[in-house]
Design a protein around this ligand. Structure first.
Ligand SMILES: *Cc1c(COP(=O)(O)O)cnc(C)c1O
Length: 360
């Protein structure tokens, strides 16, 4: 049945792009990219960065490290602003870096980090970047539909999203919104990808500016239909309700974890905690990867995983995005954790239930 669908029309593809633009609160062009979100992230950086440009790369998790590599590949000078993964970056740190390096003309930044469980105050940071005049690229893959994302009001020039987190959709489709000045910058960059899957300019010329009447390539039909479904589901529930559900899941998970004596939230301050995943620090002598494997043996359906790379030893990650952002899933996960750490579950369940109700 899934393989026997009529071809997706250009009009339907364009309507899905418009749905994404509405979700991002932007009037800028939106390019839907038919691949995982790393595709538009790399496309945005390789399009905007070039030899002679200077980028401020804010690193609050592993994605920032990836961006730094791409920026250097593109020949840009890179100023890294790294903050410990258990906090957020403050606007004053960004302002200080911009003052110290007035030549910075591009800023890359992650909104919420599912990998480390933190989230950054974009409204304030974007204001500082706007005053400086640099282009701002935001990785909003883990924040879209989980917390307010005001692309135009904040002045985000390149805003990248993916379907697989709070949108509750597939990982095989993503999107980027591109401001007028970002287009000018990319068009003026002789090193920007052309005739390439990474080329945003190709899509602009062959699709967006050509009136969106003819798709340049066969669309990834199933992913596009899934994205269309996600947008419809968010509309039906309302974006505010979806965001509230993620906020409640984060608050409940954190409150429950605080009631488990051996596990501590990894992110120190509640206001810096991401709405899509709560990370926990495992106690001395407890390997997070082993604990996660044990939890998954008992409950393969619960969204528990260890931190990535070197964090796998000490960080446990409880995901609560998309269909997992419910009180039932949060409580089942906490009960399982209590059992695995030989502590009573009742205080954690009570704390989580109260936090959920206060947040909704
Ligand atoms: C999840 C996520 C992505 C997408 O990357 P995956 O490796 O496919 O999970 C990109 N950026 C951020 C900040 C994310 O949280």
């Amino acid at each position: 049945m899934l393989l026997d669908l009529p071809p997706m029309t250009a009009a339907r593809f364009a309507a899905i792009e418009d749905g994404v633009a509405a979700l991002l609160r932007t009037r800028n062009d939106v390019i839907v990219t038919q691949g995982e979100a790393l595709l538009p992230l790399e496309a945005a950086i390789k399009g905007a960065a070039h030899p002679g440009s200077t980028a401020l790369n804010v690193v609050t998790g592993p994605y920032g490290q990836t961006f730094g590599g791409w920026l250097r590949d593109a020949g840009a000078k890179v100023v890294d602003l790294a903050v410990p993964y258990d906090t957020a970056v403050g606007a004053e740190r960004v302002a200080a870096a911009l003052n110290e390096h007035p030549e910075i003309d591009f800023v890359s930044l992650v909104h919420a980090e599912a990998a480390t469980g933190n989230t950054n105050p974009i409204a304030e940071i974007a204001e500082v970047v706007r005053q400086h005049g640099a282009l701002l690229m935001l990785d909003a893959v883990a924040s879209v539909a989980a917390e307010p994302l005001l692309t135009d009001a904040w002045g985000v020039d390149l805003c990248v999203i993916g379907g697989q987190k709070a949108m509750g959709g597939p990982a095989g489709v993503s999107a980027v919104s591109v401001s007028e000045r970002a287009w000018r910058r990319i068009a003026a960059n002789p090193a920007a990808p052309r005739r390439s899957y990474l080329s945003l300019l190709d899509w602009k010329e062959r699709w967006t500016d050509a009136g969106r009447t003819q798709l340049p390539h066969a669309p990834a039909q199933l992913e596009m239909l899934a994205l269309e479904e996600c947008l419809a589901a968010i509309d039906a529930e309302t974006l505010d309700a979806v965001i509230a559900r993620h906020r409640a899941a984060a608050a409940a998970t954190r409150a429950g974890a605080l009631a488990l004596p051996t596990l501590a939230p990894y992110v120190l301050r509640a206001e810096d905690a991401a709405p899509v995943a709560t990370t926990l620090r495992t106690p001395e002598g407890v390997d997070a990867a082993e604990l996660a494997a044990e939890l998954r043996r008992h409950a393969p359906h619960l969204p528990v995983q260890p931190g990535g790379g070197p964090l796998a030893a000490t960080m446990l990650r409880l995901n609560h995005y998309g269909p997992a952002a419910t009180a039932e899933t949060v409580i089942a996960t906490l009960e399982l954790l209590a059992q695995a750490t030989a502590t009573p579950a009742a205080p954690a369940v009570a704390a989580a239930t109260e936090a959920w109700e206060n947040a909704i």
